[in-house]
Design a protein around this ligand. Structure first.
Ligand SMILES: NC(=O)c1ccc[n+]([C@@H]2O[C@H](COP(=O)([O-])OP(=O)(O)OC[C@H]3O[C@@H](n4cnc5c(N)ncnc54)[C@H](OP(=O)(O)O)[C@@H]3O)[C@@H](O)[C@H]2O)c1
Length: 240
């Protein structure tokens, strides 16, 4: 019988906190090999990983970036410049991060309606392919929500990115981790998944996620985004 782990991509997770450990558990449960790192030495997270994500390999951020096939960013957004960008060249990178002022401080650069934070990450990682996913659902809901595909009322995760093949790869991962993937446009559109949107913090089915995305352009935040982008001469939402 083939070893299931040898047929699946290795998943790397940068951030061994609330979201990083939940995602590790979900992906380990479905057969993925998971490498995970915090900001420091692996010994600092060894106990946390033993307890919260047994089976994940605690290592350094550099080793995660170098050895994983797909890397999930689950660290505070304000620290994105500490990501080892050069080691992520050519890789699919999933951005699960949000601007959270209590953690990140007041950062107008992370709260600019003209630019989604995933576009910012894509600019910082120009040789990687960034897809936004796993950011809008709270970690408790992520932890308690997974169900097999086809389950009535299955919860959904919106994903946004610029390349169909990368979106397909992330949709496979989201589905394997227990959620229906919902396509939410390109990286520019991923602002509809960020804080200040109806979707942010929501725990919805695919239909509910789709409805929230449809309402975004006419929401207060959607109108603010459209006005800021029009004033700046940049493209608005492709979904609008
Ligand atoms: N909490 C939620 O419900 C939720 C849901 C969806 C998305 N998110 C987003 O996910 C991200 C993480 O949130 P969280 O709640 O999991 O935060 P958290 O519990 O504070 O964990 C953050 C983790 O990131 C690590 N880290 C910091 N800099 C790093 C680096 N350069 N490389 C690798 N790891 C690094 C921290 O390590 P040290 O302790 O060593 O600094 C810590 O393990 C945030 O952007 C957040 O907005 C959160």
């Amino acid at each position: 019988m083939p070893d299931i782990q040898s047929t699946l991509p290795t998943i790397g997770i940068l951030g061994a906190g609330k979201v990083g450990t939940v995602l590790s558990r979900l992906l380990l449960a479905t057969g993925y090999r998971v490498l995970i790192a915090g900001s420091g030495s692996p010994s600092k997270i060894a106990l946390i990983i033993d307890v919260l994500a047994p089976g994940a390999h605690a290592t350094t951020a550099e080793e995660v970036a170098r050895d994983a096939d797909i890397v999930i960013l689950a660290l505070p957004l304000g620290k994105y410049r500490s990501i080892p960008a050069h080691l992520l060249e050519g890789k699919l990178v999933i951005d699960a991060m949000n601007y959270w002022w209590e953690v990140d401080g007041i950062r107008p650069d992370l709260n600019d309606p003209r630019v989604s934070t995933s576009e910012l990450i894509q600019s910082f990682l120009p040789a990687s392919r960034v897809v936004k996913a796993y950011n809008h659902m709270g970690y408790h809901d992520l932890d308690e929500g997974p169900t097999p595909a086809g389950t009535l009322g299955r919860k959904a995760i919106a994903i946004a990115g610029d390349t169909p093949s990368d979106l397909a790869a992330v949709a496979t991962l989201v589905n394997a981790s227990g959620f229906d993937p919902v396509l939410a446009g390109n990286l520019r559109d991923s602002i509809a998944l960020q804080p200040h949107s109806e979707l942010f913090g929501a725990n919805l089915t695919a239909e509910g996620v789709q409805d929230a995305l449809t309402r975004f352009p006419t929401s207060e935040r959607g109108r603010e985004v459209a006005a800021a982008r029009a004033g700046d001469g940049v493209a608005g939402l492709s979904l609008a």
